[in-house]
Design a protein around this ligand. Structure first.
Ligand SMILES: [Zn+2]
Ligand SMILES: [Zn+2]
Length: 157
């Protein structure tokens, strides 16, 4: 069972953050923005409540872009090492996508689905038991339920 609150930070350590409530879900995103931002095949964000997230040291730089889904997204990153920490939507929808590679403890990071598989790299293999979505899911409830079932956190608020 994972502990709350949990913490993480950027590569150089200038930015540190804390999350006080259980994450809602973890999935892999194969969209072209995630591929470019991370420089890899996909990202593995944890969806968290915006109100549960705070920086405890450092001040992030902000960048904005138009997502594949058409919404305006923003990212907070370290002005020293350039590491992306978290992404959100503008105007806010109350949730943030936390880049799980920045966590101190990654033991609970387990994706329950894959989204934007239409732009997934051809050599990426998605296990049949994992939910898959060609684009942005219209309903995240099955992903939320699957993550809750893993039981990494006591309750999802
Ligand atoms: Zn840094
Ligand atoms: Zn993405």
């Amino acid at each position: 069972m994972a502990r709350l609150p949990f913490e993480g930070g950027c590569q150089c350590g200038a930015l540190r953050y804390r999350v006080t409530q259980a994450p809602i879900m973890v999935y892999n995103c194969h969209c072209t923005n995630c591929q470019r931002i991370g420089g890899g095949a996909f990202s593995t964000p944890a969806t968290i409540l915006e109100a549960s997230f705070a920086f405890v040291s450092g001040t992030p730089q902000t960048i904005q872009w138009a997502a594949d889904s058409g919404t305006t997204r923003f990212g907070w990153f370290c002005r020293v090492c350039g590491c992306r920490i978290v992404h959100g939507q503008q105007p806010s929808n109350g949730i943030l996508s936390l880049r799980t590679g920045t966590l101190d403890d990654r033991s609970w990071v387990q994706p329950v689905g894959d989204i934007w598989t239409r732009s997934a790299q051809p050599w990426v293999t998605i296990p049949p038991e994992r939910q898959r979505f060609e684009r942005q899911p219209t309903d995240y409830a099955p992903l939320v339920a699957a993550f809750r079932q893993l039981g990494h956190f006591p309750t999802v608020t």
